[in-house]
Design a binder for this molecule. Structure first.
Ligand SMILES: Cc1cc2nc3c(=O)[nH]c(=O)nc-3n(C[C@H](O)[C@H](O)[C@H](O)COP(=O)(O)OP(=O)(O)OC[C@H]3O[C@@H](n4cnc5c(N)ncnc54)[C@H](O)[C@@H]3O)c2cc1C
Length: 410
């Protein structure tokens, strides 16, 4: 490793790192190296989208993100688009009915292979098993770990989410040492902790419903989809999309689960009265089995009615049915905080956006660039975070290449 010289060192061989290295090399940057702390690049990429890699979304707007970076929209709009970028790498993509974009092969390995092949073709060198601990400004460039010299550095180290996949927050320490402010990193797209008897009773089940986040009586956001009940936590894509709010409001927030969003309260009442009539002899614990999975029906009945569950359905009074309908429409769960970074998909927070210019160059240290999750920008579930990694990686790579070329001319 001693005395290696590069024009551009990309720190981090994840999504944004590959996009940055490929674009820098395509734009005549000269020698480009990717430095990766794990034995191989792209570990997290292989885990994305349950191994299918949901690499983008057909509708990308700023609304699906939270960021302090003032040029966020410009970067997204200026990007050629993930389908076009990957088309240029020979990777075919498709979008599902909800607009989520995947590789045609449905395999994240195809995405990583396409990136690796292009990086190899362009002569990008990979240095793996090498953790960057220090970056110091030297005459004409930067000294990395006191051994590798590069004229420009692109920090693509990700955040703190899923540290076993490489992003352990060390990039924030590097940025901080260079003088950058870090917005406190918090787990995002993570299960929401709810210490609740119903969550425990339904552990292991997946249920389609509508979930709404409330601050007191104020509705903050609603999502429709599948929730997963796990160990004292709610999980699933729709819950992940409420998790940035849970990070912000903590236990002041509550979640209302509507188990039958297709029915309004009155039509649900009619339905429950007719089921009661039809199943008069049935035990309460079985009355809702035609609608819900057995444990869900039992939990809702238990929550709404004080009668023993082996009582006959005919013993339900109209007030019981009304309470049951109300509970099915809104079972409220108190929030006990967010799960740890180990089970989060992304990081909320990161390098303060106001200190980064429109070309993703540091406003504090000329020649330092940022891309991907290290920047204070995080998106919803559905391909938005990888889209940001590609878009910002491509721009940072292009900008760093222009910087190198202007140095050559000078
Ligand atoms: C399980 C899971 C599933 C996901 N699924 C999706 C999905 O389907 N769609 C989507 O849009 N998003 C998804 N995400 C989020 C998405 O993967 C990230 O937002 C994206 O990978 C961020 O890219 P990045 O390049 O900024 O960082 P990363 O992909 O985290 O890459 C950073 C790289 O830098 C390396 N590194 C860190 N520090 C150092 C250092 N000091 N020296 C050298 N190397 C270093 C790391 O080892 C890592 O390889 C998922 C995340 C997880 C955890």
């Amino acid at each position: 490793m001693k005395n290696l010289n590069a024009d551009i060192a990309v720190i981090g061989g994840g999504a944004s790192g590959f996009a940055a290295a490929i674009t820098a090399a395509r734009n005549g940057a000269g020698k480009v190296v990717i430095i990766e702390r794990l034995p191989r690049t792209g570990k997290k990429l292989l885990a994305t989208g349950n191994g299918r890699c949901n690499l983008s979304h057909t509708e990308i707007t700023e609304k699906s993100y939270r960021t302090s970076y003032p040029y966020f929209s410009e970067v997204i709009v200026g990007f050629e688009g993930a389908e076009s970028f990957f088309g240029g790498l020979g990777l075919l993509t498709y979008s599902d009915s909800q607009g989520r974009v995947y590789p045609y092969s449905n395999a994240a390995t195809s995405v990583l292979d396409a990136l690796r092949l292009e990086a190899e073709r362009l002569g990008v060198e990979e240095i793996c098993d090498y953790s960057v601990q220090s970056i110091s400004a030297e005459k004409g460039g930067f000294l990395i770990n006191n051994s590798l010299f590069a004229k420009a550095v692109i920090l693509c180290t990700g955040g703190c989410a899923s540290p076993s996949m490489g992003s352990d927050g060390s990039g924030f320490a590097l940025a901080e040492k260079l003088g950058h402010k870090i917005i406190k990193p918090l787990p995002s797209l993570a299960p929401i902790k709810c210490n609740d008897s119903m969550v425990r009773a339904l552990k292991g089940l997946r249920v389609n419903c509508k979930v709404s986040a409330y601050l007191g009586k104020k509705l903050l956001k609603s999502e429709v989809g599948e929730i997963q009940f796990s160990d004292n936590a709610l999980s699933g894509i729709c819950i992940f999309n409420l998790s940035p709010l849970a990070a912000e409001y903590g236990s002041d927030m509550s979640i209302c689960v509507d188990f039958m969003p297709e029915y309004d309260y009155n039509s649900l009442l009619d339905l429950l009265f007719s089921i009661k009539k039809q199943r008069r002899e049935c035990a309460l614990e079985d009355m809702l089995t035609g609608i819900f999975q057995k444990r869900v029906g039992q939990s809702l009945m238990k929550g709404a009615v004080s009668l023993p569950l082996n009582s006959k359905s005919s013993s339900l009074k109209p007030e019981d049915i009304k309470r049951l309908a109300a509970l099915i429409k809104c079972r409220r769960f108190s929030v006990d905080g967010l799960s740890a970074f180990t089970s989060a998909q992304v990081t909320h927070g990161g390098v303060f956006g106001e200190e980064i210019d429109e070309k993703l160059c540091s406003r504090l240290v000329n020649g330092i660039y940022f891309a991907g999750e290290i920047i204070d920008a995080d998106g919803d579930c559905g391909g938005y975070n990888l889209h940001w990694a590609w878009a910002s990686g491509c721009l940072a790579g292009k900008s760093a290449a222009e910087f190198i070329k202007s140095r050559r001319k000078a």
